[in-house]
Write a protein of this length. Structure first.
Length: 480
């Protein structure tokens, strides 16, 4: 897909695209052009995908680990060779600026290679049987086995790498996987399915079902789906957990990341990192810098420096390599953010830069003195909006950082190991980053949060473990 109105994106089932009856226009958010016609997967299409996965389950479970690893590495090489085209496709669908989609596409091969390594590393350690009376002479063996079929529901903001973070581990563990990608960005998941099939994974091992909430509901309703992995909003995550019954669910539900700037920090580094972490991907990252806590003696200077850098970021066409800020995923999202900033201003907030909207583009926005009761402060903004607030003591900063129900990632800027260690102990977050922003992520590390930020961890090794179950073999004495 290269912006051609005639491009057709079809569900991918059994190793090939399949025709469907209903199509919708996929409109890119910057200029409002139709970039593709997307075939919507209805209940019958979902049933076909689940059936294809069921037919491939035994073959995938029996596939040797070395073969799964080899195929994932082959797919990684194919992604690397096609990274430029994949980046342009992501930008065309989402408006994510091309410099960021190039970076996303370059990460995917490493995510797949890390999944291959996770398959090779996965092991279960058997405890000695004679830890308790009656275990004398008994032999025990523990093994991890694939759950079967994984349903992966993915978002629009990183529509290739976040798919890879679910598909790679699912296949590495010996599962089949069916992806329901975000309606705004189905092409990357379809391309990755094609690449994995080309690399040699069996037909049916991976399916992709473009569609809306009804498609996702039909997929989750199937009793042949054994595990659900979802990245998205809190309300949808709660609904998925309710629909899952006794099936395991992995939820990555977003964040409201606090970044603490200690008095001993390198302020230039902190400003630079918070600009990059707050406005990258137009702020549409769950670990984006949303709140920056700065000591009151440095607050005003920090706010002025950050606002100056933010105001200088170039806005415009996301296909232009020089552009730093493009559109949000649609104009409705931009209107929501515009209204939230206006509400904050009406309640006393100071807007140091930004706060304006042009179509779906929100100018990078820096605010101070934001009312803590506002959604802009308490919830996930998912936009290029950063709030700076002053604190007096580190106790106050940590309390403020922990004051929202989200707990995904946090960051601290300091030159003190004592400050870093204390923040690691006391900040409520799945990860604490020191001297990089909360938006910093290494794909091989565990990634996820607690509270409203979800349950479980991504990162290939940790996802592979979650997508398997532990099985015990107990051999009594005298067995021959």
């Amino acid at each position: 897909m290269t912006g051609n109105d005639s491009a057709r994106l079809l569900p991918f089932i059994g190793g090939r695209p399949v025709e469907v009856a209903e199509f919708t226009d996929l409109v890119e958010p910057y200029a409002g052009r139709v970039v593709a016609r997307v075939g919507r997967a209805d209940a019958g299409t979902v049933a076909a995908a689940v059936s294809a996965a069921a037919s491939a389950r035994q073959e995938m479970a029996a596939m040797p680990v070395h073969q799964r690893a080899r195929l994932l590495r082959a797919a990684a090489d194919l992604v690397q060779a096609r990274a430029a085209d994949l980046a342009r496709e992501i930008t065309a669908e989402t408006g994510k600026v091309i410099s960021h989609t190039k970076r996303e596409a370059s990460r995917v091969p490493w995510t797949l290679r890390a999944s291959a390594s996770a398959a090779e590393a996965l092991a279960a350690t058997s405890p000695p049987a004679d830890l308790i009376p009656g275990g004398e002479g008994v032999t025990t063996v523990l093994a991890r086995r694939p759950v079967g079929t994984v349903a992966a529901i993915t978002p629009f903001n990183a529509p290739l790498n976040l798919v890879a973070h679910k598909v790679g581990p699912a296949l590495a563990a010996g599962n089949c996987v069916i992806v329901k990608p975000a309606p705004q960005a189905p092409a990357p998941a379809l391309r990755l399915a094609e690449i994995l099939t080309e690399a040699g994974f069996p037909a049916g091992a991976i399916g992709v079902l473009p569609g809306g909430a009804d498609t996702g509901a039909a997929l989750l309703a199937s009793p042949l789906v054994d595990l659900i992995s979802f990245t998205g909003g809190v309300a949808a995550g709660r609904a998925i957990r309710a629909a899952a019954g006794t099936r395991p669910v992995l939820l990555e539900l977003g964040g409201n990341s606090a970044n603490l700037v200690c008095p001993d920090a390198d302020l230039e580094l902190a400003v630079r990192e918070c600009v990059g972490g707050g406005f990258s991907n137009n702020g549409q990252s769950c670990n984006s810098v949303q709140r920056i806590l700065v000591h009151r003696d440095q607050h005003d200077a920090f706010a002025a420096a950050l606002a100056e850098r933010a105001a200088a970021l170039p806005l415009g066409d996301p296909m232009d390599d020089a552009t730093s800020i493009g559109p949000l995923i649609n104009e409705a999202s931009a209107r929501r953010v515009e209204a939230a900033v206006a509400e904050a201003r009406a309640k006393g907030a100071i807007v140091h830069t930004g706060g304006t909207r042009n179509g779906a583009v929100i100018a990078p926005t820096v605010l101070t003195h934001v009312d803590h009761g506002l959604s802009l402060y308490c919830d996930e903004v998912f936009a290029p909006v950063v709030i700076i607030e002053a604190y007096g003591t580190l106790d106050e900063a940590i309390d403020a950082a922990n004051s929202t129900p989200f707990a995904l990632q946090a960051a601290v800027f300091t030159s003190s190991l004592d400050n870093a260690a204390r923040c690691f102990r006391e900040l409520r977050a799945g990860s604490v980053v020191v001297n990089r922003s909360s938006n910093f992520r290494l794909d091989q590390l565990p990634y996820g949060g607690i509270g409203e930020s979800g349950t479980g961890r991504e990162g290939p090794l940790y996802a592979v473990e979650a997508m398997t179950y532990l099985k015990s073999l107990v051999i009594a004495p005298g067995t021959r």
